[in-house]
Design a protein around this ligand. Structure first.
Ligand code: BF8
Length: 621
């Protein structure tokens, strides 16, 4: 019963029961211990920014109505939101920077194990940047491009090249609103400045800067992470694989790759193919090495190599609780600080690899691109050596992994459509596809694991709305069997016919969370073909189970780009009716899109469908 309440997926439920039997604490237990959670915090009206505080505002119109410095609820809520959003934008963008640093080192011949895989993409992006490509070695072009992209982080030219990809009408809206992003780092640093006590005191101005910062993430840092990764590791093409905790193996060495940056996990994939290490695994009594992904680094590997994915954010503790994981390798983001505590209940070793993300109790193997492959081999070796410590009597692995299809990069979708978006546009005009919704974001123990994602996705495809997904939402759909062409049977007649004719699922896995940038590029291409702005298209966004600061940034750059976005978890803004009104209503006049909050995924589908119909009517279709 408890397991069913906590998670939708049968494989997850099986292991939740095991955590209870084994006495292993999970996020669901910790959420229970936190009840009741602080109401001031939930409303966003507490401020802990300076030592005159902490302060909190009485949310029902009584005193205190100002902090010691005089900040109102509006200002406190807006500042807190900008703080969260900038943290998220920084996480995405710093990940992008690391990818570009590896691209640069690879171009200079200084990295170990990396190569430039997608020359076509290298060339086309270099051309966007005005870098000469003809007659030049790919390494020389890559070096110039990596430097040009890294320069975008602190550029003095007050614009980011990739932002140019946005449709003219959309960019004009940003210019008119004064939110055109200038550089990646600058917007984040300026956010930190603006939220310092005694700087920004106008909540509207704070929120406009939040929009600008989010755009520097979506069309800047995140997009650079995606493009840099594609150049280094290949642009994804459709691939089939498997999902859920059943991807763990009873008789092979299990290595779970958890985190976000593919620069580490790609090397582990190479290391695990080393015949010497495979032989070593056999000598240690295993039948081989089994790599599985988790969260977004798992998505990166799934998209490019078809590496099976064990689960999304709330599966990290469950994977360990199967008792079958020799090593969980982590880089950064979305890793529970208690992961080593969980691992301590079994034989699992947690190996942390990033100087930015050390975890107490983990084995630390600092990862550098110059020695990338050697370090990756050391990690795989450590996993193999831990295999004899597995207590097979304590192992429980769900029996049935679910098949899925992933790899739908923007380029792959365009190719599946025959090289242009015209067939998609025709289908939308004809009404066989009403519109497209991006379901993105996390898990959150406040919502039954995957219930929000799956219920919403099913509702939308039933209504002939094509769904594109990234992050933990996409993994949820993989576990639920929505990422296979046969899932088109669950779609409305129009969408079903389109999926069947193209041989694609009705829910398309577009990648990791930084790959939400792929959704932006797709939207920009469609808008350009029609000569409109993104805000004119019948699109929607949703984050039914979001938890992270990164999701605040994604949601805001979706809305700022013109995509109406429904959140399943209330953001911490309800203590300020003015902020609420600005985000849910006023923004429509600024960027032709706004936020909505709707915890019930069926009602969320109603909202998204209604918005899509409104946009269709405005387009005259
Ligand atoms: O970057 S969806 S829980 S894993 S934050 Fe984290 Fe959320 Fe998952 Fe990927 Ni994105």
């Amino acid at each position: 019963k408890i397991a069913e309440k906590r998670a939708l997926d049968a494989a997850d439920q099986e292991i939740i029961v095991k955590t209870i039997e084994d006495g292993v604490e999970t996020a669901w237990d910790r959420l229970e211990c936190q009840q009741p959670q602080c109401g001031f915090g939930q409303l966003g009206v507490c401020c802990n920014r300076c030592t005159m505080g902490p302060c909190r505002i009485e949310p029902f119109g009584k005193k205190p109505d100002r902090g010691v410095c005089g900040a109102t609820a509006d200002l406190i809520v807006a500042r807190n939101m900008l703080d969260d959003l900038s943290t998220g934008a920084a996480a995405h963008s710093d990940h992008g920077r690391e990818v570009l640093e590896v691209l640069l080192e690879t171009a200079e011949g200084k990295s170990q194990g990396y190569q430039i895989t997608d020359e076509e993409k290298l060339k086309s992006i270099a051309e966007e940047y005005g870098i000469k490509t003809e007659g030049r070695q790919k390494e020389a072009v890559a070096e110039d491009l990596a430097r040009a992209m890294l320069e975008e982080y602190g550029t003095l030219k007050n614009s980011i090249q990739l932002v140019e990809r946005a449709p003219e009408k959309t960019k004009q809206l940003w210019k008119d609103a004064g939110i055109y992003p200038r550089s990646v780092d600058r917007e984040i640093v300026e956010s930190m400045h603006r939220i310092h006590m005694g700087v920004g005191a106008d909540y509207v101005n704070i929120l406009l800067h939040a929009m600008r910062t989010s755009l520097s993430d979506g069309w800047g840092g995140s997009m650079m992470a995606t493009e840099g990764s594609d150049i280094l590791f290949g642009t994804p093409t459709p691939v089939t694989s498997w999902a859920n905790l059943g991807t763990l193996s009873h008789d092979k060495v299990n290595v779970v790759l958890h985190g976000h940056n593919p620069v580490l996990s790609e090397m582990i994939v190479k290391a695990a193919e080393d015949p010497e290490l495979i032989k070593y695994a056999e000598e240690m009594g295993a039948k081989g090495i089994n790599l599985v992904g988790m969260c977004c680094t798992g998505n990166e590997l799934l998209m490019r190599h078809g590496i099976p994915i064990a689960g999304n954010m709330l599966d990290q503790e469950l994977a360990i609780a199967t008792g079958s994981v020799e090593v969980m390798v982590i880089d950064y983001q979305c890793i529970f600080p208690s992961i080593t505590h969980t691992a301590g209940c079994y034989h699992t070793k947690v190996i942390s690899t990033s100087e930015k993300s050390k975890v107490q109790g983990a084995t630390y193997k600092e990862f550098h691109p110059e020695t990338g492959l050697d370090t990756a081999k050391e990690i795989v070796r450590a996993a193999i050596e831990n295999y004899p410590n597995r207590n097979h009597g304590r192992v429980k692995i769900p029996s049935k992994p679910i098949q899925l299809m992933a790899g739908f990069s923007e380029e792959a979708i365009r190719k599946a459509l025959g090289g242009t978006y015209k067939p998609l546009i025709d289908a939308i005009v004809a009404g066989s596809i009403k519109g497209v919704v991006g379901i993105v974001g996390c898990n959150n123990p406040k919502i039954r694991h995957d219930y929000g994602h799956i219920t919403l996705a099913k509702e939308l495809i039933k209504r002939d709305i094509l769904v594109v997904e990234t992050g933990c939402a996409a993994i949820a759909s993989g576990k639920a069997g929505l990422l296979v062409p046969e899932a088109a049977d669950l779609a409305g007649d129009g969408l079903k016919a389109v999926c069947n004719s193209l041989g694609i699922p009705p829910v398309l896995h577009m990648g990791s969370c930084v790959d939400c940038s792929r959704i932006l590029v797709l939207a920009a291409h469609v808008a350009d073909e029609l000569g409109v702005g993104i805000g004119d298209l019948p699109l929607g966004g949703a984050a039914p189970e979001w938890y992270s600061q990164k999701a605040v940034s994604i949601g805001t750059y979706f809305v700022s780009s013109g995509v109406y976005t429904v959140l399943g978890i209330p953001p911490k803004i309800f203590g300020s009716p003015n902020v609420l009104k600005l985000l849910a209503v006023t923004l429509k006049d600024v960027v032709n899109a706004s936020f909505a909050v709707e915890p019930d995924p069926v009602l969320a589908a109603d909202l998204l469908e209604a918005e899509i119909e409104r946009k269709r009517t405005a387009l005259g279709i």
